[in-house]
Every structure is written in C-alpha cells, then in structure tokens.
Design a protein. Structure first.
Length: 503
C-alpha cells in the first residue's frame, strides 16, 4: 500500500489534520507530518494512520487513551486520537510528538559508540522500569521505536499495553518479538510480559552496537549466536536478555545494576549454610546411640558416629580452654581501685570498650565470625562497628552540650547526562542517607527517597558515596555520624542540602 500512502500527502484527515509530508510506514500503517494545535499555537506533530476494523480499532483507541495518561521524560507523548476515513479506507489515528530521527535510520550508516550505547540503555531501562512498575509492557522495543527528539532519547508509546494481553496477530511480528510471543510452530503464543520487553531490548542492543541482529543457531539447538566482539558490559547484558526461557532473563533492575558495575541481585536467593553452630554436629550422636536398640549394626553408621563423637570431644575441649581463659578480663577490672568517685569510673569502662571494639576477632566475637559465614545485610542506619558493641557509641556517655557538630569537607555533584537534565520538568528530589566513620569517610549510603526516576536516584547515590566530612567531636574526639543529603535536580542544575542527623 506504499503508493497509496504517498498519494495521501496534502489531504486533510478528520477535518483538522493536514497530511503535510509522508514520513514512512510499517507493516500496519503509515506516519505523516502534520500540525497540532497547542493552545494558541500550531506545533509540528506526527500522525500515525492504521487501517482497522471496528473491533480492532476500538482496542487500539483504548490502548492509546491509556498510554496518553502516562508521563515520563523518555516517552513520546500522545496527543489526540480518533477514527476517520480516507479513500474509502476506515482508519484510526493518533497524533504524537514528532521526533527528528530514530535509531533504525542511523544503523545503516554506523553502529553506536559504547558511550552512545550506554546512554541508549539508560533511557530505555528508565522507561521500561516505569512501565513495568505500573503493570504495563512496551511490546515493541526496536531501533525504529527509539527516537531522538532534540537532544533527548525517547521511546515510542503508541504500542504500550497491559501486561497479560495477547500479542499482535500473526504476520505483524518480527525478529524483536520474544520466542514465547511468536506463533511459529506453537499452538498459541503466551501473554505479553516484562520478560518479552527484555528480550526485545537484548536484540536491539546487539543490533545497535554491531549493526546486525544476532544469528540463530540450528533447529536442534535453539538460541542465538551473540558476537563476542561486543564489549562488556554489553555482552553480559545481551546474554542474559536473550535466554530462551523467559523466567531466566534478567529484570530491568538487574540490567541496570550490571550497567552501573554492580553485581545484579539474583531473582532467587541462595540458601544459607545448613550448619551455623557446632550444635547440629552433636545431634547425630544421639541417633547413633539408638542404633543398637534397633539391632542395626551397619559399619558406616558406626564409623560416622565415632567421627562425630571425636568432633564433639574436640569442641568440648576447646570450650573448656576458653572458659579457663575467660576470667582473666574480669580479674583485671577487679584490681581497679574502688575509691575514685563514680564520675571517673566511666573513663576505664569506655577505654575497655574501645579496646574490645578494636579487636573484633577476640573471645566471643571470634566465635560469632567463625559460626556465621554469611552475615545478614546491615541497614544503612546501623554503623557496622556498633552491631556487636553498643557502648562504642561514645555520644551517649557525654552531655549533649559537649558535642561539636560536623561539617562537609568535600561534596561531589552527580554526573548526569545533559539530555537527562534537560528532560526534567519541575524538580526531581532524591534523598540519600549516609553513615560516616570517625575519620569523616562515608561507610555506606542508602536511598531514603528515590523520587520519580531511577536514573537520578542512582546518580545521587553514586555521588553521595564520594563525599567527605569533618566528623563531629565529643570531648575533642571524632565520633560516628549520620547525614541526609537531599538532591534537587532541575533543568538548570543540581542543588544538594546536607543535614547532620546524628549525633
């Protein structure tokens, strides 16, 4: 129908949209340049025309109306939509922001550079994270649907649908569609899901970085051949996007973690070690002692029982030696003079506490390290060195008036893409809480309020970890502190407001 589409240039659709110039077409319809009235002024817009029967047209219009309510800086906004007819052909149409070009027009000339590939991934991942979080899928991630509007990358929005809906009808699918959504030899395709978007993203990534789609393996060995020339982390991301089984593919968050150099959190957590303390090793000895009562005299159980008894004996001997050595610490404290006033007894106690904190692998602390090889994650609100000894927080030992507040010694402004900065409408606010050690270095950081964009939240978190502080002092000595850094991103720049929360 190419000739027919081209012939419609200059015609007026629905009495208000003039088809100024034919821009291109897909398997389903065509796109023209038109003008859209925005208040008192006319602005350039793209208008997409699709032939559709009444039932299919109703479905498309409902999807477009739903997508028009979504708002994201990297999504092409939809304007007006409706039904019309040209040349006796019933049509549905939707008007949208007009982009200058798309990636499909760039790839015949050159591949993307690693920096451009990273920028493309950041924008698309931000959009997909936004859509998936609201229960939608894009359904059509491909180079032709990743566009440049001004100096921003934006993704088309006219194909967005609810997760769980059926994919497009046969004949409308292409190489970017996930295998579970393709008809092929399957009796029917599976519903649309976020994993399908991840597959499409993997195909798009390989093509934009190499100018070629990954080649298929043989029919007996399903899968794709991903070129090893692809640089990291793109190669690793592509491999985890293009797994045949959808449940094995990375999520958008895992891809973002890999792109930023963090190890992706697995979808299923591995089980902790079965044996955490010596006690489980002692229980089987009771079972071995009951074996003669049941008149079962196997050789292997006897050997195992003996070995376990030996382990228990060694553990008991070790425990006894520890008990013999344990009274030495209290003995030193008994020898301290009793005569000094109570106000001076706090100093030796604080000193002993600091000595214990400086030797975390002695006495009971050593046992805890040995019997727990996989420590639980520590929230950012808790300083690691105060987990086992609350007395190390010396702030509680002095009156509030003797605390000297800390200061910011060096601040780092987030490094954000100019295109992302210019996409901001209003103010993007992100709050990061950081724990600072006694030297003024950031021990750990945690996003307290991420705002509407994962991209800006990650940028703020990365910057916060490089801040330096002059630690607050108690009695002339630096102490632990906690700060909240409030980042405010606008089109004109970034403002950071630090607040000391503790002490």
């Amino acid at each position: 129908m190419s000739n027919t589409w081209k012939e419609w240039e200059g015609q007026i659709l629905d009495g208000k949209f003039q088809l100024l110039r034919y821009l291109g077409e897909s398997e389903r319809g065509a796109v023209f340049l038109t003008e859209y009235r925005d208040g008192e002024r006319l602005v350039k817009a793209a208008i997409k025309l699709l032939p559709a029967n009444p039932e299919e047209g109703e479905l498309l219009l409902s999807r477009w109306q739903m997508a028009a309510k979504l708002s994201h800086p990297h999504l092409i906004p939809l304007y007006e939509m409706g039904r019309s007819e040209l040349g006796g052909v019933p049509l549905v149409y939707v008007t949208m922001e007009c982009a200058e070009e798309n990636l499909a027009q760039v790839l015949p000339v050159r591949a993307l550079t690693p920096a451009e590939g990273r920028e493309m991934l950041v924008s698309v991942l931000d959009v997909l994270g936004y859509l998936h979080g609201k229960g939608f899928v894009h359904g059509h991630i491909k180079p032709a649907n990743i566009m440049a509007s001004g100096d921003q990358l934006k993704v088309s929005s006219d194909g967005i649908c609810r997760a769980g809906e059926s994919p497009d009808s046969p004949g409308m699918q292409d190489a970017y569609d996930a295998p579970e959504n393709s008809i092929g030899n399957r009796p029917r395709s599976q519903p649309m899901s976020p994993a399908g978007d991840v597959w499409s993203l993997g195909m798009t990534l390989v093509e934009t970085m190499t100018q070629n789609l990954p080649a298929a393996r043989t029919a007996e060995q399903p899968g794709l051949l991903i070129p090893l020339s692809l640089q990291e982390p793109f190669l690793d991301i592509a491999r985890h996007c293009l797994l045949h089984q959808p449940q094995g593919r990375w999520t958008v968050d895992q891809i973002a973690d890999r792109l930023e150099g963090r190890a992706p959190v697995p979808q299923t957590q591995s089980l902790p070690p079965a044996v955490r303390t010596p006690s489980p090793a002692i229980r089987p000895t009771a079972q071995a002692s009951r074996a003669p009562v049941k008149r079962r005299s196997y050789t292997v159980p006897i050997v195992v029982g003996c070995a376990l008894a030996l382990v228990a004996a060694l553990a008991w001997a070790k425990l006894m030696r520890r008990h013999e050595a344990a009274p030495q610490a209290p003995a030193a404290r008994v020898e301290q003079p009793v005569a000094p006033p109570a106000t001076k007894q706090a100093a030796p106690s604080s000193q002993a506490t600091q000595e214990r904190a400086a030797k975390p692998y002695s006495s009971a602390a050593a046992e805890e390290v040995q019997t727990s090889r996989a420590p639980a994650p520590v929230p950012a609100m808790i300083h690691p060195e105060t987990m086992h000894e609350e007395a190390t927080n010396t702030v509680a030992k002095f009156p509030a008036g003797s605390v000297m507040h800390g200061e910011v010694a060096h601040q780092v402004t987030p490094d954000v893409l100019q295109s992302a900065q210019k996409s901001i409408r209003g103010t993007v606010r992100v709050s990061v809480k950081v724990n600072v050690d006694r030297s003024g270095n950031v021990e750990d950081a945690e996003i307290e309020s991420r705002g509407p964009s994962k991209y800006f939240a990650h940028a703020a978190l990365d910057a916060a970890q490089d801040w330096k502080f002059k630690p607050p002092k108690v009695g002339g000595r630096g102490v632990l502190s906690t700060w909240t850094l409030r980042f405010e991103f606008t089109r004109d720049g970034t403002t950071i407001l630090p607040t000391q929360e503790m002490p």
